[in-house]
Design a protein. Sequence first.
Length: 104
Amino acid sequence: MGGNMQPQAHLQTIVRMLAHRQQPQAACDAPRWRVNDGTQINVEATMAGATVTGLVERGHGVEVIQDSYQDFGAGQFIWRLGDPAVEGYVAASDARRDGQAAGF
């Protein structure tokens, strides 16, 4: 993982978890987008059609990418739920890569 997608994916997932109160797995699984030069944007094929249409209507050049494996990063999360002795942790693993969320 690297390049210009790395900070974009980090921001997209942390905003989903903090501002929208999504669990880490939901934030991992959500469609991602990548801002390129100017108004050019790539979106995953799972992005809602209404969202893609809205971006085009606002003047963005949108390319829908079918293979999210190469283009949109991946992540694994361990999220502490308050006091770990009481509430514990939540783990998530992104389906865009090999991985597994497991605990013991």
